[in-house]
Design a protein around this ligand. Structure first.
Ligand code: ARG
Length: 497
């Protein structure tokens, strides 16, 4: 495949090289002679398209990316046409050969795009017709670019959704490995309102992100399932008078279903909107994860040491080591959310069925999938190598005040109503802070507490006491690790299927 991502100025100029306006512009008859300047709809028109129209209209710079799927869809379409007698065997082979040749030219970057190749579908059909003449001119029988583009995008998304699932799964796998490595040893303050609340195991904290990513996996699996409907045969909007066999095409392309309603088939972009949402929410999760990396790697927190290969320096400040990967994962959430919001706005006023507005589906979708993929890869690398600073985390978690709830629960276990226990401990904490007396001393002096209450203030005691199933201590961690490994195994089975 050519590098479909590059859209250099030179390349762009080739699309601009439409016929000059004015007397030089070839008349349709002239267009007839040179098929390279002929549009797909030239028959109806006395004049060729204006440059300004073509400049606005072209989608080739971005839909080239669908080339592989376009060829795949065309092969299935041609086989179907032959199976219902709309192509002879000779024609079928001629077109199939031409499609192979187009693929080879695209792969070898020798495919010559023409100025009137408004999109990838036009380019492929034009080239096939150049190569095999009349047989090629039959390629588009019973098909419209409206059902063709919907097909291409569904094929593309069905495949890409799998690869997003794989990348999500890889990040989860690294996080689970890191969680297992730190086991019961590393704990840190858990926060609410970004104020220290109760200590939790670092493993528990990492696994929280794994569960969120697990829901992203489910959403991307649903994206793949939603894309798994063949729209081919819907034609421009209403199907055809020709004896097409959409079920056959759907089957041969491995779709789970074919469309039930041709109008819906060509106008439905729910699958794009849902993918954009799945991307936006996954990117929001990465943004939140990134935010923690930014905070934790600061000198103020000091919970993480960033790996060199996933950090950046400053051009001016020699001492700096910056968490740009995490910041970019966070920052890029903005564009993915924007893509979703923008595309929903594109859709909201559209009457049935196909409208050219729908061409606006591809750029946000490609961008969202690319952005998410790049962010996942970089964060996976970062988490693979990041160094947790256990001492700093434990020191922050072992401040006396994070055991305040345990002190209140000590009283509850001995019959004090919780609200009163809360008030008693709250008053002790206030005194401790105001009078700068260690909480241990105040607890010792408070008759409601026995000597055993001191144990609650010992380092690591509070985290060990978080025993609720699904809670942040070592006891429930064991079961949680079993559950998370089962989750990863289910995902792996889906990927292997
Ligand atoms: N480039 C177009 C798109 O992305 C292909 C479909 C064009 N259909 C049409 N009727 N002009 O939507």
């Amino acid at each position: 495949m050519p590098d479909l991502e590059t859209e250099g100025e030179d390349e762009r100029r080739t699309y601009r090289a439409t016929p000059e306006p004015g007397p030089e512009r070839p008349a349709p008859e002239a267009q007839e002679r040179g098929s390279r300047t002929r549009t797909l709809w030239h028959g109806r028109f006395a004049q060729g398209p204006a440059d300004a129209l073509m400049d606005l209209s072209v989608s080739l710079p971005f839909d080239r990316r669908l080339a592989h799927d376009d060829l795949h869809g065309s092969r299935a379409h041609v086989d179907m046409l032959a199976s219902v007698g709309l192509l002879t065997e000779a024609e079928r082979f001629a077109i199939a050969d031409a499609l192979d040749r187009v693929e080879a030219e695209l792969n070898g970057e020798t495919f010559a795009f023409a100025p009137t190749d408004e999109d990838i579908h036009t380019a492929v059909e034009r080239r096939v017709t150049e190569l095999v003449g009349d047989a090629g001119a039959k390629l588009h029988t019973g098909r419209s670019r409206n059902d063709q583009v919907a097909l291409d995008l569904r094929l593309w998304l069905r495949r890409e959704a799998r690869s997003v699932v794989l990348r999500l799964h890889d990040l989860q796998t690294v996080l689970v490995r890191r969680a297992q490595e730190c086991g019961d040893d590393d704990y840190l303050p858990g926060y609410t309102h970004l104020q220290r609340a109760q200590p939790v195991l670092l493993a528990h904290h990492l696994l929280a992100h794994v569960w969120a990513l697990g829901r992203d996996v489910e959403r991307w699996q649903a994206v793949a399932a939603r894309a798994d409907v063949s729209p081919l045969g819907a034609g421009a909007l209403a199907g055809s008078s020709l004896p097409l066999d959409p079920d056959r095409v759907a089957r041969s392309l491995g779709f789970a279903h074919r469309f039930e309603n041709s109008l819906d088939a060509v106008s439905d972009r729910d699958f794009v909107a849902e993918a954009l949402f799945a991307a936006a929410l996954a990117q929001v999760h990465l943004s939140r994860l990134g935010e923690e990396v930014v905070l934790w790697s600061s000198e103020e927190f000091g919970f993480l040491r960033l790996p060199d290969e996933f950090s950046t320096g400053s051009s001016m400040l020699p001492q700096k080591k910056n968490p740009d990967v995490a910041e970019l994962a966070r920052g890029k959430a903005g564009r993915v959310i924007g893509g979703l919001a923008g595309f929903l706005a594109t859709l909201k006023g559209l009457p049935l069925a196909y409208n050219r507005d729908l061409q606006e589906d591809k750029e946000p979708l490609f961008d969202a999938v690319d952005t998410l993929t790049l962010s996942l890869l970089a964060l996976t690398g970062l988490f693979d190598a990041v160094e947790p600073v256990g001492d700093r985390m434990r020191a922050a978690a072992d401040v006396e005040t994070t055991a305040a709830t345990d002190l209140a629960e000590y009283l509850v276990e001995r019959g004090t109503p919780f609200r009163q226990a809360h008030a008693v401990v709250g008053a002790l904490v206030r005194q401790s802070l105001e009078r700068r007396i260690p909480l241990t001393e105040l607890v010792e002096a408070e008759p409601r507490f026995g000597a055993d209450a001191q144990d609650l203030l010992a380092p690591g005691a509070a985290v060990r006491r978080r025993t609720t199933p699904g809670g942040g201590g070592p006891v429930p961690l064991v079961a949680q690790l079993v559950a998370v490994r089962e989750l990863l195994a289910r995902e792996q089975a889906w990927l292997d299927a």
